[in-house]
Unconditional design. Structure first.
Length: 327
């Protein structure tokens, strides 16, 4: 049996309930893993509220780390006793124990502890595909400016450090002086406090009126239209989340008038659709963390039974860095 957090209907944090689930043996292509920690992400909120509708009942959680207890037929890259971590569909990491597809599970280097792994897999792989794979048509070179919203969040703090390692000038936005200071400490070249500053005007000032080559935006409705104003001609608007709600429908013709812009909506699970791609991206993440160029900041820890409060804090933007839940 495994304690797990389930919902039976979409709604607020009060829908999150602790249940006992029977966990069987893994089938072909699956593993059974015992979690030591799991990660909290905004996609969990989207699934809970119904922005991303899911079948019920649903055990939430897309990110975790622990020990492989058993492997199913055909699983060759993992074995019983391996330390492992993942960002994966379907959800289910808010649990002590689960059976899941092995495709997106990777062996965890000894130098990385379980909490760090649980706080970095989904967020770190997201930063990887954004900075290394989601690029403007002109590419990115050392010295280029990029705009990254929510720079003090879990993905943002990793992106600040990784961008600096790549030689990029990351302009981060965050809410309040403390979060702005945190983004600067983690490698942002410039920060903009969106609660007191016009980020479009500040971006134009920082870039000498040119704008940035790419905007990475997980906020959605509140920032989307203004983000387009920050782009230079042929720039790329890369949307990868909707923390403030889904953006309004886009008038495609406006992209020409604003400078022949590109717009894309990215999701991690397209990038990790194969085991080979997952492993390649994880290897890059483990290497940059292992080198010390990127440090994973665990800003909050909650017991699994306190997950409703964790969701409230995340939605209220009270969290910084990564948040982990401990079974």
């Amino acid at each position: 049996m495994s304690r797990a957090i389930q919902i039976t209907a979409h709604g607020g944090p009060e829908q999150l309930q602790m249940v006992d689930l029977e966990v069987g043996a893994p089938g072909p292509g699956q593993i059974r893993i015992r979690h030591h920690a799991c990660g909290l992400n905004f996609i969990d909120v989207y699934q809970r509220t119904g922005l991303y509708p899911m079948p019920m009942p649903l055990t939430l959680g897309m990110e975790g780390a622990g020990i492989v207890e058993e492997v199913g037929e055909g699983v060759m890259h993992l074995k019983m006793g391996d330390r492992a971590a993942y960002a994966s569909n379907p959800p289910g990491s808010y649990s002590e124990l689960r059976v899941m597809p092995a495709k997106n599970v990777v062996r965890l280097p000894d130098a990385i502890d379980f909490e760090t792994a649980a706080g970095m897999m989904l967020k770190g792989l997201t930063a990887q595909y954004l900075l290394k794979r989601t690029l403007p048509v002109q590419g990115l070179q050392a010295g280029d400016h990029v705009l990254f919203h929510a720079a003090a969040g879990g993905v943002g703090l990793i992106a600040c450090q990784w961008a600096k390692a790549l030689g990029l000038q990351l302009i981060g936005t965050a809410g309040g002086a403390a979060k702005c200071a945190l983004a600067l400490e983690h490698g942002a070249a410039h920060v903009i406090d969106y609660t007191s500053e016009d980020f479009v005007a500040r971006v134009k000032d920082i870039t000498g009126g040119k704008g940035v080559k790419v905007v990475y935006d997980s906020i959605g409705k509140d920032t989307f239209d203004k983000s387009l104003e920050c782009l230079q001609p042929f720039g790329l608007m890369a949307s990868f989340g909707n923390a403030s709600g889904a953006p309004a429908p886009l008038a495609v013709g406006s992209l020409g008038a604003k400078g022949s812009l590109y717009v894309t909506r990215q999701t991690l699970f397209t990038h990790i659709a194969s085991r080979e791609s997952t492993q390649e991206m994880a290897d890059e993440l483990f290497a940059v963390v292992g080198s010390g160029a990127v440090k994973i900041r665990i800003g909050q820890r909650y017991a699994l039974e306190d997950v409703a409060q964790a969701h409230r804090d995340l939605e209220a933007r009270k969290t910084t860095g990564s948040t982990v839940l401990t079974p």
